[in-house]
Write a protein that binds this ligand. Structure first.
Ligand code: MBD
Ligand code: FE
Length: 284
């Protein structure tokens, strides 16, 4: 851990920030609040729970442990974390079912809109001497028919070499390792950054307690988050992982797909590694 971080990162602090950010950005406009839809979804969810209680003969002690844990998830602000780790991957699977082009995956709780705009070749905002292996991430954005998408927007955000995200852990500059790169007139972009570390779900909050109680591990593989968009095309939200990295095959958030694994080679110029990855966007 770098000595710049004086305050400890806590589950409650990152949970509160994630809850606050979510309240500002939620996409509920399209949600179907038709009575029959709500009745169907909630009734089936409850029926699944009733069935589990009967089959496993859940006791009052277990029922009260559940109640107290659910209360604590809210107090810790960990609903965004809980939902994005254990449910979002299926919502994304359904949402992406009929989309052509590049694969997407979950957004997770740590996206922040309106990151600094950067030119087609750029270095993400970072501290002097930011720790971690330098990474050049480059590629091209096209339509499904191969048309280059001039001026496509490639938003990237990721954790630092200690696994922390700016705006969700103390002591980091506001936009550290977050940026919105505008591709050139051929849809090309070159982003200089550092390789992130694997991410551990906070162990001191409710999600951490669940993980410990169930005997699971708390890790996500190292990953880059991206949102790639262009006028008249469907935005894709995705993540990219690193071949051979820890937990690529046992992500706690079940968000890895084979198409999303990078295999960077040595950098052609300078230190570190580089990789090329192209994005293909479907029609809107
Ligand atoms: C992350 O960094 C993340 O990407 C997800 C999906 C959940 C928790 C932390
Ligand atoms: Fe993440």
């Amino acid at each position: 851990m770098t000595d710049i971080i004086t305050e400890q990162a806590t589950a409650a602090a990152s949970g509160a920030a994630a809850t606050e950010k979510f309240r500002g950005k939620q996409r509920t406009e399209g949600a179907d609040v038709d009575t029959r839809r709500v009745d169907t979804l909630v009734s089936e969810l409850l029926a699944a729970a009733h069935d589990i209680i009967r089959r496993h003969k859940v006791t009052y002690a277990e029922y009260d442990a559940l109640k107290s844990w659910l209360i604590q998830v809210g107090q810790d602000g960990e609903w965004p974390l809980f939902l994005d780790v254990w449910l979002e991957h299926v919502v994304e699977e359904v949402a992406g079912e009929d989309r052509e082009g590049s694969k997407g995956t979950i957004e997770g709780p740590y996206y922040v809109p309106d990151s600094p705009r950067l030119p087609a070749e750029a270095t993400l905002p970072m501290r002097d001497g930011e720790e971690g292996t330098p990474l050049l991430f480059q590629g091209r954005v096209t339509g499904v028919d191969g048309t280059p998408l001039a001026g496509a927007l490639v938003e990237m955000w990721h954790a630092d070499n200690d696994g922390f995200y700016s705006q969700f852990a103390p002591g980091l500059p506001e936009w550290n390792l977050r940026g919105a790169v505008v591709a050139d007139d051929q849809g090309n972009f070159k982003i200089h950054t550092i390789e992130p570390a694997p991410y551990q779900i906070p162990t001191d909050g409710s999600c951490g307690r669940l993980i410990a109680a169930a005997g699971w591990h708390a890790w996500r593989p190292a990953h880059l988050h991206l949102k790639v968009s262009a006028p008249g095309r469907q935005l894709i939200t995705t993540q990219l992982y690193f071949k051979g990295g820890s937990h690529v095959s046992d992500d706690i958030a079940s968000a890895v797909k084979p198409e999303l694994i990078l295999d960077p080679g040595p950098a052609a110029h300078g230190a570190g590694r580089e990789v090329t990855y192209d994005f293909v966007l479907d029609k809107a």
